[in-house]
Write a protein that binds this ligand. Structure first.
Ligand code: HEC
Ligand code: HEC
Ligand code: HEC
Ligand code: HEC
Length: 427
């Protein structure tokens, strides 16, 4: 739900291309493809590739134009320190292997190359240090503030804050040189101002004494040399300009933080409100379904390992389902300490999930409660182990599944069908 809402908002903002960050992948690549088709959004990534043939899953590069400037936009997806991580439908390969080739390809027929990167700043700096040809890196991420453009060799690195709570614009004056530098006209004007100041100071001194008496005045002689240098500098710059040397590329970047009381764009806000309402309605429904149930403490849970002794058949079956590797799935994406994700990828009685969130329980959960274990569906079973006949665990109903199989994470959940795939066999 949230991903769709964000994508819809992006579409309204008329984005040419959208980079793919790891959090965009929580719903899987198929979901992103759907969003791409529905909302006409262009996801770009050079390093999100098919596991088998290593071809990019989405467009690696998009070509567009601003005036007569031909622009190529490349995307790069953060591998979160695990280059080569492979999921069912994609692999994130290292930027070192994927990026240089695509930059070369982009250079043909483009005057300017922009990279949308979800890697953190240190990696983007390294990219700017080691790869030629990228003119602008726009870094995404969850940072709370904008980053003033930083020039590293001929690459400008910048970042806007999450949620766009800044107003402003980065203007780029792009010229044939393809090199960031100062505008010649601007440079001449600056030198001219300096010359005016020097002339004014010289004039003041000469008013008091004739020039012939000033030979030993050190301030006066310094000013004269400065004037000579400045005039030379202006002449040199002017000559360059007259010779038709094109101005180097330049930019201005001005952003001001917006007060949170500033109204948002009404149309975009409408989409956000609608999405929030949907998510809230869902959470409310979940809460209503769970408030009647008692909370458990961890000591009422036994842990999956304890069941094997008496239920070897069910344990063996469970091990073949992906419920038994849910934690590992997160680990592969380096998200195993993200409590936003853990909540559905570990073993807790579903009615305690909200509490778990509040108490930071998730990241400290002992090993035996990793993965979607037996007690995710059958409820706390410590009492059952002590007296199996008199304390029967729960047999799950649909609402148990829906705690995790939400629209956002599984938009294709048909209970009867999916139950058939995971219901434990009889002993
Ligand atoms: C010491 C042996 C033993 C252990 C350990 C054990 N169980 Fe059982 N379990 C039983 C027996 C015996 C029954 C059948 C009880 C009956 O029919 O009254 C049973 C029944 C069940 C049932 C079916 C309940 C029903 O209403 O049909 C479930 C579900 C279950 N166990 C889950 C678990 C889980 C989960 C664990 C691990 C946390 C576990 N058991 C550990 C012995 C055990
Ligand atoms: C605690 C959260 C949670 C609960 C409760 C839960 N699931 Fe899942 N389920 C998951 C997660 C997470 C995955 C994906 C695991 C992975 O791929 O790493 C999954 C995967 C599945 C799959 C795919 C299995 C496979 O091997 O490909 C099915 C089918 C499924 N769940 C059905 C159900 C049903 C039916 C219920 C209720 C009886 C249920 N789940 C309860 C979290 C949960
Ligand atoms: C509300 C519960 C929930 C949360 C929160 C959640 N997941 Fe999942 N996740 C699921 C379920 C359910 C499935 C199985 C979906 C299916 O079988 O189609 C799943 C499957 C997955 C898969 C396997 C998908 C595939 O196509 O291979 C990955 C990877 C994954 N989740 C990562 C994450 C990450 C990373 C986060 C945190 C950003 C996260 N999940 C948060 C419930 C959740
Ligand atoms: C994703 C949910 C889910 C998980 C996880 C799960 N089960 Fe089950 N289990 C079910 C369902 C559904 C049934 C069938 C219930 C029914 O017949 O109503 C079932 C049935 C059982 C039964 C009763 C079988 C019988 O004889 O009728 C036992 C015992 C059992 N599970 C043990 C386990 C153990 C042990 C684990 C952990 C290794 C486990 N389950 C994990 C969903 C789950």
């Amino acid at each position: 739900m949230t991903a769709t809402g964000i994508a819809r908002a992006m579409e309204l903002m008329d984005c040419k291309a959208v980079g793919i960050a790891p959090q965009d992948l929580a719903g899987g690549v198929d979901r992103l493809k759907e969003i791409q088709d529905q909302q006409k959004l262009n996801w770009v990534s050079v390093n999100l590739v098919e596991p088998t043939n290593k071809k990019p899953v989405f467009t690696p590069l998009i070509r567009t134009k601003a005036g007569s400037t031909r622009i190529a936009i490349l995307g790069l997806t953060d591998d979160q320190g695990h280059p080569g991580v492979t999921r069912e439908k994609y692999t994130i390969v290292s930027w070192k292997d994927s990026l240089p080739g695509y930059v070369k390809q982009a250079q043909e027929g483009a005057d300017m190359i922009i990279l949308l990167s979800s890697y953190p700043e240190p990696v983007n700096r390294e990219i700017a240090q080691t790869i030629d040809g990228i003119h602008l890196i726009l870094q995404s991420g969850r940072a709370a503030s904008n980053m003033a453009p930083l020039k590293i060799r001929n690459t400008l690195l910048t970042r806007v804050a999450a949620r766009g709570k800044y107003l402003g614009m980065m203007r780029i004056h792009w010229t044939k040189t393809g090199f960031w530098g100062q505008d010649l006209t601007k440079k001449i004007r600056k030198e001219q101002n300096k010359l005016d100041r020097i002339n004014w100071q010289i004039g003041r001194i000469e008013k008091k004494k004739p020039a012939s008496e000033l030979k030993n005045n050190s301030l006066y002689t310094t000013l004269l040399t400065d004037r000579k240098h400045t005039i030379n500098a202006i002449q040199a710059l002017q000559k360059k300009k007259d010779a038709g040397a094109s101005d180097p590329c330049s930019f201005t970047s001005q952003f001001i933080g917006l007060k949170s009381s500033m109204p948002d764009d009404t149309e975009v806000q409408g989409v956000i409100d609608q999405t929030t309402r949907k998510v809230n309605a869902f959470n409310k429904k979940r809460k209503r379904a769970t408030t009647a149930l008692p909370h458990t403490s961890l000591d009422k849970l036994a842990g999956t390992q304890k069941c094997e002794e008496c239920h070897p058949v069910q344990v063996a079956f469970w091990k073949q389902t992906s419920h038994s590797s849910a934690w590992k799935t997160l680990e592969q994406g380096n998200q195993q300490f993200n409590d936003e994700c853990l909540v559905c990828h570990v073993t807790l009685p579903y009615y305690d999930l909200d509490r778990a969130r509040e108490e930071q329980l998730l990241v400290q959960l002992p090993k035996e409660f990793r993965d979607v274990g037996c007690e995710s569906c059958h409820g706390p079973a410590a009492a059952h182990i002590k007296a199996p006949e008199s304390n029967h665990p729960l047999l799950p109903q649909e609402k148990v599944c829906l705690q995790c199989h939400t629209d956002e994470h599984d938009d294709n959940f048909v209970y009867t069908e999916k139950r058939g795939k995971i219901a434990c066999p009889k002993g």
